[in-house]
Design a protein around this ligand. Sequence first.
Ligand SMILES: Nc1ncnc2c1ncn2[C@@H]1O[C@H](COP(=O)(O)OP(=O)(O)OP(=O)(O)O)[C@@H](O)[C@H]1O
Length: 598
Amino acid sequence: MARGNRDDILEEDKKRKVNKAGIQSFLEIFKFVRPYRGYLIVGLISLALSALATLGFPLLAGKLVDAADNKAGGYSINQVTIALMGILLLNAIFAFLRIRTFANVSEKSLRDIRVALYDKLVHLSIPFFEERRVGELTSRITSDVQQLQDVLSFTLAEFLRQAITLVVGILLLLVFYPKLTLFMLATFPIIVIGAIIFGRYIRKLSKRTQDSLAYANTIVMETLQGVHTVKAYTNEVYETNRYSNALAKVIQNALNGAKYRGLLVSFIIFVVLGGIVGVIWYAATLYSQRIITAGDLISFTLFTGFVGASVAGLGEIYSQLQKTIGASERIRELLGQENEETSFPEKETLKQVGDIAFSNVHFSYPTRPDIEVLKGINIQIRNGQKIALVGHSGSGKSTITSLLLRYYQPSVGNILVSGINIEALELKELRKHIGIVPQDVLLFGGSIAENISYGKPLATLDEIKAAARKANALEFVEKFPEGFSTIVGERGVKLSGGQRQRIAIARAILKDPEILILDEATSSLDAESERLVQDALDELMKDRTTIIIAHRLATIRKVDYIYVLSDGLIQEQGTHDDLSDKENGIYSNLLRLQFEIS
Ligand SMILES: Nc1ncnc2c1ncn2[C@@H]1O[C@H](COP(=O)(O)OP(=O)(O)OP(=O)(O)O)[C@@H](O)[C@H]1O
């Protein structure tokens, strides 16, 4: 799916016109190059000089032959050869300078673009991420930036080199060999028009082949992922047939494409090479009539080769530029997004933190504005109090905590912390006082110590150890040969659910926030792990205002107050004892249900 998306984007790029708006967004991205413009100028000068030096080559090569016939204006073979070697040397030096300086410009400016994009991404609001796929966003930093890199380090230089070769080459040809050049240029239009027509059709056919191949690959992916189902239904032969039918389509499209590719090659052989034969025929005729020298013949042929190659090169560069304009437009769009934090003239600070109040809070998710998830929530939590949010799955428990963290804004109503509307606080000021132990603990690729100190990056190892001890994590961490330096995350040691939770608890203990959100894990741990995690949580909750998103009622008997959510409203509230006695109450029913299940 994600791949299909990427292909669509690439296909769109191919159709993109290199127009004013596109070039403008490309140039806007160019502001990242500005700090390195000194290098760029050196690179451009080297490039121009190396292109000109290259054009000196055909001239002198012809002169060398003429020198053998004593027709090189009095220069000897050796003198012309030394000049030729000199030009080659200059060319080599300029080429080195060009590549080195262009690499310097492209690598550094692309690093700046990547950092700017990443910085933008991490500062965007949660709703932004919900509207987009992660794959799509990462491809901004990877593929789109790579596309710019290709252009900055190679295509741009190539474009200028080819353009200089083409323009200066044709001018020189016209000056030195006007008749021959006009004859050669006359063959151009047929070649160019023919190549464009064929090229377009072939691209269409190759897209068709790619699409059918992508479809065939999907079959392989699906069946391998669902291999159990295939086997359970003994559908191996059916799937093989499905795959080979899909491949038959691929073959049909590919062969059709090959027919036109073959025709293009025949066209090129006959018309292009025929054109060259014609030009050489004309040149040979002029030579036989002694109108031009043998050296002229060689110079002219080499020049024509260079000019012809630059025409072909420019075609390829045009399609590169189309893709780059697509990439730079997407990068510019992302960089133009507004940050999560909008500026506030007078931000308040939290002096004494603890009391929390939700007052008549209504809320719909930005991606589903028609469905009201919270329909008037009122909650009062006093400093140090521990409350639990209870309700069936999807009743809005996590949404309440997301609003407290200001991931989203309520559509109606206010949320106050210590009497201050959280919208009047800077996000950093609000969030630094809140700690979370989530349901699914994500550990970042790094050491255990780094993972624990995520909420307090400057913590000392002793502080980290103390937090781990309180979180009941010290023992298992010290059992690893590398202790706190043990690498976890995707490429490191795999920790069990209970161990990951204790790391998250240590992380929260170290952060030492006044307000705590505990999203209780749904997957149950074995009795021993459960006890270790519960003890660690009890330690963490001490003296902190705590909101528990409760999934298993057994663990919340000790809380001070319980809010029971249903249908976006608080339907019941009270202590465990109040609620469990209530006849036909939601809470008492839930209790009974859980009791019966366990
Ligand atoms: N990011 C989102 N975008 C759109 N709708 C959402 C989003 N997150 C949750 N919802 C919807 O909002 C409602 C409340 O979800 P919420 O996650 O707050 O429930 P919950 O009580 O925490 O559920 P659970 O116990 O399963 O975690 C659900 O109907 C859910 O489908």
